[in-house]
Design a protein around this ligand. Sequence first.
Ligand SMILES: [Zn+2]
Length: 458
Amino acid sequence: MKKIKNGFIVKSGNTLQKATIYIDGGKIFSVLPGDNSDFSVDEEIDAEGNVIFPGFIDPHVHFDDPGFTDREDFETGTRSAAAGGITTIIDMPCTSIPPVISGKNFDYKLGIVQPKAYVDFAFWGGVTPEQIDSGEYETTLKELKERGIVGVKFYTISGMKLYPRMPVPKMHVAFSYLKKLNLVAAVHSEDFYLVDFYSALMQNANRKDPESWFEGRVYEAEAKAIWSVMGIAEKVGNKLHIVHLSSKAGLEAVKWGKLHGIDITVETCPQYLLFTVEDLKRIGAILKTAPPVRREEDRLALWEGIENGDIDFISTDHAAGKYPEEKSSPDIWKDYAGIPGTQLVVSEILTYGYRSGKLTLENIRNLLSKNAAVRYGLFPEKGSMNIGTDADFTIVNINEEWKVDPLKLESKGKYSPLAGETLKGRVIKTIVRGEVVYDKDKGVLDRKGYGILVRSKQ
Ligand SMILES: [Zn+2]
């Protein structure tokens, strides 16, 4: 038995309560008010007067392993999660070779990444248009469901050779089968035809400036694609999730879907909450993402969506490009689209959400932990402080200021649009199943291979 002492848990809103948390066998044994010594323990973890959250979850990362490990691998990716206070990550199926489009590929990836993991992880599964045509998709999705994927990722537009976009008729077939399996369909939503045409126009006009990326990835493309996939989900009745929402128009579409009984959830990412196209023009390729950051009115609308619960949770879409070579071309079209975000998200949301008064600590607990755990069926093992669930905690000093130095990030991608910025709120300790995996003073602890696969119970 061990305990976490001298910490405060979030009761509701911004109300804190001093608590002692007992942990037995990696599970929460008891959460008792105040300084408590009811049980004898052989280890004490000192929270030093800080706030203890249920372990934070990043439900959308690309750790590139195996296959694209010159960008990121599971070791550096999960180290950055540990250092950022993330106790569970959910890795996308498409940015590894081979992609996770069969039980065999799932097993292969698991065998490679588990020995490198510092925090717990779950997998997204995948399916390709070819598998729909051949009929192989049923076997694939059944195999992946058995192995515990949280859902299946789709793209309405894709630059990935091994993981192409899914046209509407095939998406209908896949969604119908996911409905049977009771699995979430997550969609990268940007209309292919609009983006393809206007991106080509930009490049044909020899535009290389960052703003041309924003103009080519047409604003309306996001809402248009969301309307399309909602149209399918409405007919099929499956669970739908929109990843990395970037626009006010997209949010309006999702709100309509929620109002009309579609089983839809949506996430957004720090880049869309913190930055606009004006920053993209100033910062350039470092801030290149797909979809791109949008205008100020979009940024404000996303905050509003977060505040009133229309946006369900926050992910990072962590995707590290090789730096500097993939993030410093004078031609924005040649740069890699992605930011390694998992180490910074907690501090970002505390700084720009909590400090600004937009979010309470309770909101942050739900947006960064509980809501994704519930949607993807990790609940009750993750994302709560319920007795008997995994003892995952993130201890945060909500007042400590620190400066972002990209060279000190654990990710292979040593860059950030927040380089040099001061954030308020710092992770002090990250605890996975009762074991400290990160300590502010000691760094990421030597626990390579400690992280294990988390399955969905959908
Ligand atoms: Zn992504």
